[in-house]
Design a protein around this ligand. Structure first.
Ligand SMILES: N[C@@H](CC(=O)O)C(=O)O
Ligand SMILES: NC(=O)OP(=O)(O)O
Length: 331
């Protein structure tokens, strides 16, 4: 399916005005056409990634990209690495657990060290909300947020939007239900900004203890009853319980949580007959999602989300390094 945007193709700004930002720190602050510009750019990389053995471009040849991960990751780290390599960049990974952070080096000293190595882009995941923004103020090159605490995970929201666009043809007017640990989820936050910006209706479902207060102010419609929220849903996005960000007990037991907030086949049947099932991963099967739903051949888009993640990250790396490559950028 081809997808449409609320903007005519010739109404997109061109050159450096298309994406006039040095860093990608979050979805908040991006204009809808800037989000759509990244997604449009990603389409060419979806094609390249599907081109059999010849998955290579020289777009970032000669550039150095550092992935600095202070928190665990499978999808985001590997897809940023693959994205950089498919575009011809030299990519190096810094895992905090094996770095001098363990010897007491501060975040700012670590950032200054990476900067001195003349990276052309730095991708950072960190457990503290705001840490990525702090680093962006200390280094010369573009910084991409690969997830900071419970704040934002912008490339996840972008890859989710691209997945919805490709499956549904548009985001505008879609009813998207986001269910789970909304309080601690950077995925929920970035998706809420992104989906609202592109014109979707966003319903959020969580136990009362995991629902952020005042979420209506961001345009979300809160529900505590998952069944009620699913009526008319086009997309169901499930979230993992962020146990690493919880102190104390937020849920009675995983079994009871699944009973009230897990997505199983009975609940899937309450949504529209073609409703799409999404999950950012990693999944905890039997806690927030049943295997039969996660692995559903037609309805689950979970592996497609991973595929779109590589293309979206290729687009982000390309767009943000244009200035370093002597092209227009950062208006
Ligand atoms: N992988 C996503 C979601 C999750 O871990 O539950 C994140 O890092 O935010
Ligand atoms: N979705 C996501 O960010 O996955 P990882 O934590 O494995 O990178």
């Amino acid at each position: 399916m081809t997808w449409t945007t609320p903007f005519a193709a010739d109404s997109f700004p061109s050159g450096s005005d298309a994406f006039p930002h040095k860093h990608l720190l979050g979805i908040a602050g991006l204009q809808p056409w800037e989000i759509l510009y990244i997604l449009k750019e990603a389409e060419q990389w979806v094609k390249l990634n599907r081109a059999g053995a010849a998955k290579h471009a020289d777009t970032l040849s000669g550039l150095t990209i550092i992935n600095a991960f202070f928190e665990n990751s499978t999808r985001t780290l590997l897809s940023f690495e693959i994205a950089g390599k498919r575009l011809g960049a030299d990519v190096v990974n810094m895992h905090a657990a094996q770095s001098s952070v363990k010897k007491g080096e501060t975040l700012i000293d670590t950032a200054m060290t990476l900067n001195a190595m003349r990276a052309d882009a730095i991708v950072i995941r960190h457990g503290s909300s705001g840490a990525v923004q702090l680093i962006s103020s200390k280094v010369d090159c573009p910084v991409l947020n690969a997830g900071d605490g419970s704040h934002e995970h912008p490339t996840q929201a972008l890859l989710d939007a691209l997945t919805i666009l490709r499956r549904k043809g548009k985001v505008e007017g879609q009813t998207v239900v986001i269910c789970g640990d909304v309080l601690h989820s950077r995925v929920a936050r970035s998706n809420l900004f992104c989906l609202k910006s592109l014109g979707a209706e966003v319903r959020v479902v969580a136990p009362p203890a995991l629902m952020p207060s005042g979420i209506e102010a961001f345009g979300a419609i809160p529900f505590t009853n998952f069944d009620a929220a699913l009526d008319g849903a086009d997309v169901i996005m499930m979230l993992r319980l962020q146990n690493e960000r919880m102190q104390g007990d937020f849920i009675p037991s995983p079994r009871e949580y699944f009973h009230l907030y897990g997505l199983d086949e009975r609940r899937l049947a309450l949504a529209k007959p073609d409703a799409l099932v999404m999950h950012p991963g990693p999944m905890n099967r039997g806690v927030e999602i049943a295997s039969s739903v996660a692995d559903h051949v037609d309805r689950s888009a979970i592996t497609e989300q991973v595929e779109m993640g590589v293309a979206v990250r290729m687009a982000c790396l390309d767009i943000l390094t244009r200035k370093a490559r002597g092209q227009e950028g950062w208006a």
